[in-house]
Design a protein around this ligand. Structure first.
Ligand SMILES: Nc1nc2c(c(=O)[nH]1)N[C@H]1C(S)=C(S)[C@@H](COP(=O)(O)OP(=O)(O)OC[C@H]3O[C@@H](n4cnc5c(=O)[nH]c(N)nc54)[C@H](O)[C@@H]3O)O[C@H]1N2
Ligand SMILES: Nc1nc2c(c(=O)[nH]1)N[C@H]1C(S)=C(S)[C@@H](COP(=O)(O)OP(=O)(O)OC[C@H]3O[C@@H](n4cnc5c(=O)[nH]c(N)nc54)[C@H](O)[C@@H]3O)O[C@H]1N2
Ligand code: SF4
Ligand SMILES: [Mo]
Length: 682
């Protein structure tokens, strides 16, 4: 048995530091590093069972060629050289006949490791392939947040301990960032009052002091009413407002239109509850709001995040060592992604952009010129995670589409591939990790030999680069050189973080002042202040001040609501990470079954009992679930947690059959939670 260090690569704000044990070449134990200040010895149930993922019977161990229909499971082994030569040959022919834009890369954050995340960018840029707009997760939230404070950074979560009030706003931290819950518990023990704002009583709300069960997509109305009360009561920090904000006078006039009585029917709470929350917030100088990215997945998600970012500026909490707000810490370390991304290799004019949430449209739109002739998927499982799944699957099923999927496991998407290439897992390759929830940089060396013939993304793109004669200088670099160049691109917060130091110390904290209060005296916006009034939004045709907008697909859409009366939100479940871990028999068993949570009155009105097989449907499609009848959600709101692989889902389709590929108000992200549906017994 050899004890070693690794880092969790998954798309999770915790980026846990891991202690691992390897026995006879197999992973035998994964636990949280007790010395890491954020991990604090705790990892989630998904990664504690990691051996089951690394040594899964569903691992792809050799390159495969599809020998049956697309979407099936008939594949035969081929050699690496044969597969790579074929890709190069097919791409050369496509480039000659249709141009390089007919090639579309599709990737997201299957790994957060910086090298493997960006591994393909240089090659696709140099070829002139279509560019993918990677909007599926953070784009809307960041666009809204940045309109107010300029950068995806915020107060340090560790400073929550010592706060009077902690608000977990649209974040199911007990599932999606367990280490935040360690801090929440410590904050509570130190005297903080914990409020969860979420449409349903999720696992996080279960352990809070107070749960505000808002209607989906109504947080903007709630926040506007909170502003109204704070200003009307004079519960604002005049000194902070003068020193650090822009547009306060205009905000004062503007929010007069949003009293609690106006918000109450939208939010679905009594006006007194809204006033109570606003007064508590106003009376707590050390208030810490942890905002979830999930909250932004609504038609008005950008404006919602923008407005929440204004609240700590009213009370001055941004200047309190235990106050403020955090949506994401991903841009706290100011590193230059261009070192890895190599935008300088793009041809001019730059190739077209395709929004990843509209993959189905891109693959099926006959007017698209050139059409997409080849799709190369890595770090992602679009068949399961993209909205408007029926259209995505129709596109993936095209016989004239040459699809390559580089994967660790035989996903739903891999089954549509012409060629499947085996990928290493994080413990089999080297990478550098930052985080979007904490402030440490980590390096992970491989602790296991690659399984079968698996190769890292970087190595595969390097092979393709050589075969295609594109971006060869970039791929001639080794991993260490790239890590060093990337670290050297950082500002003073990253200075002193070197390869050797990371190897020696495992994790290194960014060089930040303690306490870290990035918006204590202003913010990196055009005015240099926290912007209540945004000229930039105004120029983009958006309201310059925080302004109520209702959901395109929500209670105000009377025509649609007449047919589909239930709002349906689709947040993560506990034991999968997006669709990852759906391959694990043990975690599927722990998760139970794909379920839809519904209120007793909604169930009774439809003759549905707990555990009944039901179908959930709208104009986009239909999927099957087991009903969970409970008082954890209100009448009119149903909840479908998690993304199951199709083959483990009754009916063979998952929740994203129901979700739309329409863009939200900002950033081009998806309104995954703004859905209207109907439920019936199957
Ligand atoms: N176990 C697990 N962990 C994960 C993931 C996973 O799939 N499973 N996914 C990872 C990824 S990629 C991400 S981006 C993060 C996301 O993690 P978070 O930022 O925490 O976001 P979510 O957990 O998606 O937030 C979902 C919460 O928002 C609530 N919500 C939905 N609509 C509204 C609304 O209108 N108002 C309010 N107030 N709340 C609303 C949902 O009910 C749910 O409780 O988690 C990561 N961690
Ligand atoms: N209904 C609904 N849909 C959602 C969401 C939701 O909350 N509800 N959440 C959305 C969000 S926030 C996100 S971020 C997206 C996530 O969407 P995806 O990024 O597609 O996430 P995963 O389903 O985890 O798929 C990642 C895949 O990458 C593979 N992978 C991991 N590491 C590597 C590697 O090093 N190399 C290669 N080649 N492959 C690797 C994994 O095996 C896995 O199959 O889903 C979105 N879709
Ligand atoms: S998925 Fe998140 S909580 Fe679980 S080990 Fe990875 S980083 Fe930690
Ligand atoms: Mo995400």
């Amino acid at each position: 048995m050899t004890p070693m260090h690794s880092v969790c690569p998954h798309d999770c704000p915790s980026a846990c530091s891991l202690d691992v044990e390897v026995t006879d070449g197999r992973l035998t134990s994964v636990t949280g590093d007790p010395t890491h200040p954020f991990t604090q010895g705790l990892v989630c149930g998904k990664v504690r069972a990691y051996a089951e993922r690394v040594h899964s019977p569903l691992r792809v161990l050799e390159p495969l060629r599809r020998v049956g229909p697309k979407g099936g499971d008939a594949f035969a082994p081929v050699s690496w050289d044969g597969a790579l030569d074929e890709i190069a040959r097919r791409w050369r022919a496509i480039i000659a006949s249709d141009g390089a834009e007919a090639i579309l890369p599709f990737s997201y954050a299957g790994t957060m490791g910086r090298l493997q995340y960006y591994a393909g960018h240089a090659l696709f840029h140099a070829l002139g392939a279509s560019r993918l707009d990677r909007t599926i997760c953070i784009s809307t939230a960041y666009a809204g947040w940045k309109a107010t404070v300029g950068r995806a950074t915020g107060s340090d979560s560790e400073q929550m301990v010592g706060a009077d009030l902690v608000v977990l706003w649209g974040i199911n931290a007990a599932y999606t960032s367990v280490n935040v819950m360690t801090l929440v518990k410590q904050a509570r023990a130190a005297g903080a009052h914990i409020v969860v704002i979420d449409p349903y009583r999720n696992a996080t709300a279960e352990v809070a002091d107070e749960h505000l069960a808002v209607r989906p997509g109504s947080d903007l109305a709630l926040a506007l009413a909170v502003m109204h009360v704070l200003i009307a009561d004079g519960r604002v920090d005049a000194d902070y407002l003068r020193r650090a904000t822009h547009g306060y006078d205009r905000l004062v006039q503007h929010v007069k239109a949003y009293p609690p009585e106006w918000a109450a029917p939208i939010v679905g709470l009594p006006a007194e509850a809204i006033v109570g929350f606003a007064r508590r917030y106003g009376a707590s100088p050390a208030s810490f709001i942890r905002i979830g990215i999930g909250l932004s997945r609504h038609d008005n998600g950008g404006m919602t995040c923008r407005t929440l970012a204004c609240l700590p500026a009213l009370t001055g909490a941004y200047a309190h060592p235990h106050g403020g707000a955090l949506l994401s810490s991903s841009e706290t370390a100011e590193l230059d992604e261009r070192v890895l991304e190599r935008r300088d290799l793009l041809p001019r004019p730059a190739p077209r952009r395709i929004n990843m949430i509209q993959l189905g449209r891109a693959l099926t739109d006959e007017r698209l010129a050139p059409p997409v002739r080849s799709l190369y998927v890595y770090n992602a499982n679009p068949a399961a995670v993209c909205p408007n799944q029926s259209l995505v699957l129709r596109g993936l099923a095209r016989d004239d589409l040459f699809t390559v999927v580089h994967e660790q496991v035989m996903t739903d998407t891999a089954r549509y591939a012409d060629l499947v290439l085996p990928a290493t897992v994080s413990m089999e390759h080297l990478d550098l990790y930052g985080s979007y929830g904490q402030h440490y940089v980590q390096l992970a060396l491989p602790v296991l030999e690659p399984s079968g013939q698996a190769r890292p993304n970087w190595d595969v793109f390097a092979e393709l680069s050589r075969r295609l004669g594109a971006a060869t200088d970039h791929y001639a670099k080794d991993a260490r050189t790239l890590v060093e160049e990337y670290l050297a691109s950082g500002n003073e917060r990253v200075r002193g973080i070197t390869w050797d130091r990371l190897l020696r110390e495992r994790w290194v904290r960014l060089d930040l002042p303690r306490p870290f209060m990035p918006f204590a005296d202003g913010a990196p916006t055009p005015s240099g202040k926290v912007e209540f009034y945004s000229e930039r939004l105004e120029r983009a045709g958006q309201p310059a001040l925080p302004t109520w907008t209702s959901l395109v697909e929500g209670p105000d859409n009377a025509a649609l609501r007449a047919r589909y009366p239930l709002q349906c939100i689709v947040p993560p479940n506990r034991f999968f990470l997006n669709s990852s871990f759906s391959q694990s028999e043990r975690l599927r068993w722990r998760q139970g079954a794909p379920t839809v949570l519904m209120a007793r009155s909604d169930a009774a009105a439809r003759g549905i009992a707990d555990d009944d097989a039901v179908r959930v449907f709208n104009d986009r499609g239909e999927a099957r679930f087991a009903a969970r009848v409970s008082d954890a959600t209100r009448a009119g709101v149903v909840v479908i947690e998690g993304l199951w692989w199709h083959r483990f889902h009754p009916g063979g389709r998952n929740v994203n059959v129901l979700t739309s590929d329409r863009e939200t108000d900002m950033g081009g992200g998806p309104a995954l939670h703004s859905n209207l549906v109907e439920v019936a017994r199957a």
